[in-house]
Design a protein around this ligand. Structure first.
Ligand SMILES: N[C@@H](CCC(=O)N[C@@H](CS)C(=O)NCC(=O)O)C(=O)O
Length: 212
């Protein structure tokens, strides 16, 4: 059985939503950030970066949420969370997943942890403000992608990039211009919230509404 090491609303949320979508048996293991458990030796054996999440799949231990999502989608091909191998849609899936994980997610982390990048309060506030503006541009790009009326990020089929994008959009809910306020992203997020698997994951992490 899979074991997902998680903390509510952390980067474990996308793999969690995928596990629910797939319907495979899994256990959630709380990594108690309040106790700094993600920096403890036991957890560092699973994820030496000291970050959340980690996934155990039998003998396999995996970290990096995007890698975990790809692994789960490949292990459960029948769920069709990845487009057919070699197709143009698969290439777009890789493109957006990379963009989400190494561009948008990285910038959101800068927004939440600006003090890691500079020393004084004024600089910290500036880094945060710049990150928020840059995230706004990134959300605008994603919003434009949805402008042709497609249901999901890659078209009419729900794919692994959708819960991933949903997780990142959720993280912007306290922004001046949150993802939900964008003309196409707003309804897209509402569609995501109609999926029972998404709702089950949000509820079981104990996250209060509104979710986005
Ligand atoms: N690229 C990593 C990022 C994971 C990450 O930064 N997780 C955050 C929680 S959302 C974390 O564990 N932060 C703790 C820290 O940076 O000390 C992934 O997607 O798995």
């Amino acid at each position: 059985m899979y074991q997902l090491y998680y903390y509510p609303s952390n980067a474990s949320l996308a793999p969690h939503m995928l596990l629910e979508e797939i319907g495979a048996p899994f256990e959630l293991r709380l990594v108690d950030r309040a106790q700094n458990a993600h920096k403890h030796a036991d957890y560092l054996k699973l994820n030496p970066t000291g970050r959340i999440p980690a996934l155990l799949d039998g003998e396999l231990t995996l970290f990096e949420s995007a890698a975990i999502c790809l692994h789960l989608a490949e292990r459960h091909e029948q769920a069709q969370l990845l487009p057919p191998a070699g197709s143009a849609e698969r290439a777009h899936c890789y493109k957006w997943l990379m963009y989400l994980t190494n561009t948008l997610q990285a910038e959101i982390l800068t927004y939440f942890y600006p003090e890691r990048l500079c020393d004084d309060a004024a600089a910290t506030a500036q880094v945060k403000a710049h990150a928020e503006a840059r995230i706004g541009d990134m959300l605008a790009l994603l919003d434009a992608e949805l402008a042709d009326g497609r249901t999901w990020l890659l078209g009419e089929q729900y794919r692994l990039v959708d819960p991933y994008l949903g997780m990142l959009c959720r993280w912007t809910r306290g922004f001046t211009r949150p993802a939900r306020s964008f003309v196409h992203l707003g309804p897209y997020l509402q569609r995501l919230l109609t999926r029972p698997a998404v709702v089950r994951a949000l509820r079981s992490e104990g996250l209060p509404e509104p979710w986005v």
